[in-house]
Design a protein around this ligand. Structure first.
Ligand code: ACM
Ligand code: ZN
Length: 763
């Protein structure tokens, strides 16, 4: 007979066995390491780290720092730290050993994970640190969680790894001038950089749009130069005190990351000239630039005061940054002012220079001497080749690879950062569904496929290629989330480009290994990009039937609803094109491999009869304009206009009025001539576009650099009454006047948009 007591006991035993079984059943993960180690052999079995496991570590401060970085992860995610001891126990230990006699590279490591212990050897603490990050990556990705994770065993597969990076420069650049980020944000990125064995942080600290580093000798650099008045009248600013800089550099050191400061010269220097106009060519006055692009006012190359100023700035910056490299910018320096400046021209004559390009070279070479006196290596963008490269310069090639190739042939070291592969400000999906970006298009696959050593470079010169980095220009990174959205996951592809030998790289294998890495990024609360459902615009019209086919820049699961609710992980999975013969609302989003949901796209599918054209006789060519001077940020602001000036809009009027420095509003009315019946996709960068009385595209309150609110409409051949509201203003640093108002269309099925010419309009 089984009584209640027995039954309870039995249940207890069953459940106990069950939990044991559950524990035992946690599968050993196969190695899924990014960047891919250069030699890896999977051995039988696994090793479990538990609260009894110890770190056996040499008496070396850097090594202790490296171990404590890893121990922090255990503390947070596992709820225990591994005791650090100096004597090897019999088993269950991770031995970390430095041996300066080892015949391996400075950043290399040798790692053996056996069933009862782990052995890690390196020549330097840095090498050991990379071995430790490999240990983290052999563990379940939840090890990156900031909160304790229960029900996980910290098991690693047994492996034998001999690893050594391909390049010494594996970097990320960060422009904190166009948009500013705080110290905590930078530290967060460094945690992730370290996890992926990146070793260089290039900190772009000065710009036309803001000076972001405290210089005690020149307080106006930050009191005036760190602030700008945006197009909407608000103040934007921020800078780092020298104490904060030291804090970041110390944090980087604990993660074996070298920090390279960039103090831009001779161009991109307007923010400095605001407080110190005497070192410009014209004497000013100046305002911190509030639009993107390149400023014509630069440091005067003729005045001695300029060099005195820069030497003093450099003298203050150098002690903050122990790393040997110092970036001096050197890119995009317009020569307009130098051509007109008596001092600059005098310098050209006195120094026997040929032209302003040689004057730029003179400028850079003088700065090089200052840096060399401090024992620093100068690095600059590839324009420093202009007029002759400074003797000791390292070149950062960004305008393609040509500058880098030329510099390497001249025997200079080079960091390859060509836009097409490593500019992380580029779009990584269709501009129609992505947040506004500067332009360009670089997918994860393209970044991954980059080879920093150009095939045309002679073998003997290849040693000059130090490596590569992701460049993060922040014009269109309005929030910290948007920085991360652009940086990740492309920077991780570049981490592998920097570390892994070409022969060990494989994109599909990388993508598979990224599944786990997304969980790690989730642990760090990184807002990485998830490929969006692309294809249809947000408003799809049809006469008989509409078919919506979604694509994405790389394979990703998409889920959708048709009932107006937000899709979630349990919603219908998109697998094949959706067809509609009635009105519908499709809500669709993507899901990352770790289960994170992308933004939602809402697509209205609407049966329509063609919009009829009107039978009118036009009085004149082009549109009719109502015009008012003033700063109008959003459409509601035009309510404050008392009187509008009215005229037929002509080329001449366009040239006269259309200047971002003369803000204004236009309301255009008239007719748009459609050449044939059809379903059209329309796009525009104006603020609002009406056909008849219907507002069909509303870009109000957005940066209108690229049209992101395209629609489709069924239009009959002939004239359609239109109204266009166009604010000639600066919004989010983008002056509308730089592109001017455009309406473009393409017929369904056509490849390219056609921008309507003035002749397509009448009034
Ligand atoms: C650069 O992108 N102007 C270096
Ligand atoms: Zn000058």
């Amino acid at each position: 007979m089984i009584n209640l007591k027995h039954l309870l006991l039995l249940l207890f035993v069953i459940s106990f066995l069950g939990s044991c079984n559950l524990k035992k059943m946690q599968e050993v993960m196969e190695p899924s390491i990014v960047p891919q180690p250069n030699e890896l052999e999977r051995l039988e079995g696994s090793f479990e780290i538990n609260s009894k496991t110890t770190f056996v570590v040499d008496q070396n401060d850097d090594l202790k720092t490296a171990v404590s970085f890893i121990n922090k992860r255990f503390d947070l995610a596992a709820g225990f730290e591994l005791p650090v001891v100096h004597e090897k126990p019999a088993e269950n230990f991770i031995n970390v050993e430095l041996d300066s006699e080892l015949n391996i590279g400075d950043e290399a490591y040798l790692l053996t994970v056996a069933t009862d212990h782990v052995n890690l050897k390196a020549k330097t603490a840095r090498g050991a640190f990379y071995g430790l990050t490999t240990i983290l990556q052999l563990l379940p990705p939840e090890i990156e969680s900031k909160a304790e994770v229960s029900n996980i065993q910290w098991i690693m597969p047994c492996v034998e790894i001999e690893d050594d990076p391909r390049f010494v420069w594996r970097g990320m650049h960060l422009d904190v001038c166009r948009h500013f980020v705080d110290v905590e944000f930078i530290k967060k990125q460094m945690d992730v950089m370290a996890l992926f064995k990146m070793n260089t942080f290039h900190w772009h600290l000065t710009e036309d749009q803001g000076w972001r580093i405290e210089i005690k000798k020149y307080p106006k650099l930050t009191s005036l130069g760190s602030k700008r008045i945006e197009g909407d009248g608000t103040e934007y600013g921020g800078f780092y005190t020298q104490e904060e800089i030291k804090e970041v550099v110390a944090y980087a050191k604990e993660r074996f990351i070298n920090v390279v400061p960039e103090i831009e010269l001779p161009g991109h220097s307007l923010a400095a000239l605001v407080g110190y106009p005497e070192i410009s060519c014209t004497g000013g006055p100046f305002k911190v630039r509030n639009v993107w692009g390149v400023e014509a006012d630069v440091y005067c190359a003729g005045k001695e005061e300029t060099f005195e100023f820069l030497e003093n700035v450099i003298n203050e910056v150098i002690p903050l940054f122990p790393y040997e490299y110092f970036h001096i910018g050197g890119d995009e320096c317009p020569k307009d002012r130098w051509k007109e400046c008596a001092d600059c021209q005098k310098r050209i004559r006195k120094e026997g220079l040929k032209d302003e390009h040689e004057l730029q070279s003179y400028f850079i070479k003088r700065i090089e001497r200052v840096l060399l006196a401090h024992g620093k290596k100068m690095i600059g963008w590839d324009e420093i080749l202009e007029g002759g490269l400074a003797p000791s310069a390292t070149v950062m090639s960004w305008r393609g690879e040509a500058g880098g190739i030329e510099a390497a042939r001249q025997g200079h070291d080079v960091v390859m950062t060509p836009g097409n592969w490593v500019y992380l400000d580029h779009f990584q999906g269709s501009y129609k569904v992505e947040p506004v970006a500067i332009g360009g298009y670089t997918t994860l696959e393209e970044s991954y496929g980059y080879d920093p050593v150009p095939s045309e470079l002679e073998d003997s010169k290849k040693k000059h290629i130090l490596g590569t980095q992701g460049n993060v220009w922040s014009e269109y990174m309005y929030t910290p989330d948007l920085f991360e959205y652009r940086i990740y996951p492309r920077i991780i592809a570049l981490a592998e480009v920097g570390w892994t030998e070409k022969s060990n790289k494989d994109y599909n294998d990388f993508l598979a290994r990224m599944d786990q890495q997304f969980v790690r990024l989730d642990g760090h609360h990184i807002n990485y990009h998830i490929p969006m459902p692309e294809g249809p615009v947000n408003n799809v019209v049809f006469t008989d039937q509409a078919t919506l086919e979604f694509t994405s820049t790389r394979p990703v699961k998409m889920v959708y609803t048709l009932d107006g609710t937000k899709p979630n992980e349990n919603s219908e999975v998109y697998s094949t094109a959706l067809s509609f013969s009635e009105n519908a609302t499709v809500k669709i989003r993507s899901i990352s491999p770790s289960g994170r949901l992308s933004r939602v796209r809402t697509i209205n599918v609407e049966q329509q009869v063609p919009i009829a054209s009107v039978d009118v006789e036009a009085k004149g060519k082009g549109l009719f304009a109502k015009y008012a001077k003033g700063s109008f940020v959003t459409v509601k602001d035009i309510q404050k206009v008392d009187t509008w000036e009215e005229f037929a809009f002509t080329e001449e009027k366009y040239k006269e009025l259309h200047d971002y420095k003369k803000p204004s509003a236009f309301i255009f009315t008239g007719y748009m001539d459609i050449k044939e019946d059809g379903i059209y996709e329309l796009q525009t960068n104006v603020d609002q576009f009406f056909i008849g009385d219907k507002l069909i595209i509303n870009n109000d309150g957005e940066v209108k650099r690229f049209s992101r609110n395209n629609i489709t409409a069924i239009l009959e051949k002939g004239k359609h009454p239109v109204k266009i509201i166009y604010l000639n203003s600066v919004f989010g640093g983008w002056p509308q006047a730089w592109n001017g108002p455009t309406i473009s269309l393409k017929k369904q099925g056509e490849e390219r948009f056609e921008t309507l010419k003035p002749e397509a309009f009448s009034h």
